[in-house]
Unconditional design. Structure first.
Length: 274
């Protein structure tokens, strides 16, 4: 019987607690996406299969009008690929954290990854490389997201025929995304990147293949890099202006880091003995 280390089990529970405030909104958005798919030309088995394999609400919704218009398969695949380009960026950001894992395990990590799961995990500010409990935290966040999304999406697909179009569930789903986005804004730099991505997405809304989403992601990344660079320069100027305080601060940080590493090492030793 597979038994996970204590640190990973605790990490999984912590990950679930991190994502749990957003699960009702995720359920709402998955339900709306499922209803939209049920009202397309796809059959119920096709819609469920697409949801399970693709696991990307924006790409699923982007492909529905193309299916309805009878567009060639290559056009649909190109559109879905472009909309999902952001996951290449997400994977590159996760690489330093999980590069030590085998390829099959990294494939599973990539499959369960999602927009909110990625943001909530990165907000935990884990160090690169192996950290006890980090993989468990990632799975606690992403698997909870994955499970709630698919339960709600399949429910929307199977019961969508009973929902009249006049209910306006599409707008309700959009409203459900707003608190999820606001919950991820934890700093002024994050607020700037969100604002810039929103403006770019609106200005480029008429571009084909949902390219406005891709441009918004790249704009947010650029803004984030600029903010990080400015913050680093500001910290350097402060260190030059007051080197004694900076040295004391660095010593405190190093001491805290060494203490954390020693604690993690002791926990790992205890787990191996148990």
């Amino acid at each position: 019987m597979l038994r996970l280390p204590v640190a990973e089990r605790k990490g999984f529970a912590a990950g679930f607690r991190i994502i749990s405030p957003l699960l009702p909104a995720i359920f709402s958005w998955g339900l709306v996406t499922g209803v939209a798919m049920s009202k397309s030309i796809l059959t119920v088995p096709q819609a469920i299969g697409m949801s399970l394999m693709l696991y990307a609400g924006s790409a699923q919704l982007a492909s529905l009008p193309l299916f309805a218009a009878g567009m060639p398969l290559w056009t649909i695949l190109l559109t879905v690929g472009i909309v999902n380009l952001r996951f290449v960026i997400f994977s590159a950001a996760l690489q330093p954290h999980f590069s030590y894992l085998s390829l099959p395990r990294r494939v599973v990590l990539g499959y369960v990854n999602g927009d909110l799961g990625f943001v909530m995990f990165m907000n935990q500010n884990f160090a690169s490389g192996y950290v006890p409990g980090k993989e468990g935290t990632y799975y606690g966040i992403t698997i909870s997201n994955w499970a709630v999304w698919h339960v709600s999406s399949i429910l929307g697909i199977t019961l969508g025929a009973l929902v009249p179009d006049s209910w306006g569930l599409g707008f309700a789903g959009t409203l459900a995304l707003i608190p999820m986005m606001v919950h991820t804004i934890t700093s002024r730099s994050t607020m700037l990147t969100v604002a810039l991505a929103s403006v770019i997405g609106l200005l480029a809304f008429d571009l084909p293949y949902r390219l406005n989403l891709v441009l918004g992601v790249f704009g947010a990344l650029a803004a984030g890099m600029v903010c990080d660079e400015l913050a680093a320069r500001h910290a350097k100027r402060l260190a030059l202006a007051n080197p004694k305080a900076a040295a004391n601060d660095d010593s405190a940080h190093l001491g805290a880091r060494d203490a954390a590493q020693e604690s993690a090492k002791n926990r790992a030793t205890g787990e191996r003995r148990s």
